[in-house]
Design a binder for this molecule. Structure first.
Ligand code: GRF
Length: 222
């Protein structure tokens, strides 16, 4: 299949872009049969923008500070996504709360990754909260984005152990390695037409996905 015929993804970032890099690598290797048509950052200083440029991917910086409301900012995002014919939107460390202006037109085509075992620890500082609670494991969850912050139906969830001496940083690194495996895999399921969002929740191959997402194991490859 020619590059142009592949489904086009947009990856929205605010920071270092390690998940973006996982998508770049998965597309390059053919593991994810898609192309990244656009990378958008709300933060002009995001290191992930350079990763995209190095990979020859179109980038746009849409700075939220240039807009008077969240809705106006989201409207600019929608305009950029529509102009590039984007089929699936990947939120990868995009540190903005979205409004229905973006969520509604992309409902069912909008994924996020959250660094916790949702429904535990929505919001920020997830690793420190897991450590403070004395949890023995942590993880990451890919989920569909709905109006509920970090509350859309989970798709895929990876677990890691918390080990003695862990800090928020060491735990984040262990979780991030899993993020880089599960996020492109969930996107692959989507572009292959296997993953969908319905009024009753998410499905894979027509079967309902459990409330905490499908449990990832390293033998999964699509
Ligand atoms: C990841 O931990 C992700 O779970 C969260 O934001 C972080 C983004 O990291 N949503 P990176 O920019 O992809 O390296």
């Amino acid at each position: 299949m020619s590059q142009q015929a592949l489904p086009s993804l947009a990856v929205l970032i605010s920071g270092r872009g390690s998940n973006l890099q996982a998508f770049i690598d998965a597309c390059d290797s053919g593991h994810l049969p898609a192309r990244i048509g656009l990378v958008i950052s709300n933060n002009p200083a995001a290191a992930g923008l350079q990763r995209a440029e190095r990979a020859g991917i179109a980038t746009q910086c849409i700075d939220h500070r240039d807009y008077q409301s969240r809705e106006a900012f989201d409207g600019a995002l929608v305009d950029a996504l529509r102009a590039c014919d984007i089929e699936l939107v990947i939120l990868a460390g995009f540190m903005r709360i979205l409004t229905p202006v973006l969520i509604e037109p992309y409902l069912g085509r909008l994924l996020n990754i959250h660094p916790s075992l949702l429904p535990k620890y929505p919001g920020l500082k997830t690793h420190q909260r897991a450590l403070d609670a004395g949890d023995t494991e942590a993880g990451a969850t890919v989920h569909f984005v709905t109006r509920e912050l970090d509350g859309g139906p989970p798709v895929l969830q990876a677990r890691v152990p918390i080990v003695r001496g862990d800090t928020a940083e060491s735990l984040a690194a262990r979780v991030a390695a899993q993020e880089h495996a599960i996020y492109p895999l969930a996107a692959r399921w989507f572009v292959e037409g296997r993953l969908a969002l319905h009024a009753t929740g998410a499905t894979l191959d027509g079967a309902p996905i459990p409330a905490t997402g499908i449990a990832y194991n390293s033998g999964m490859c699509g």
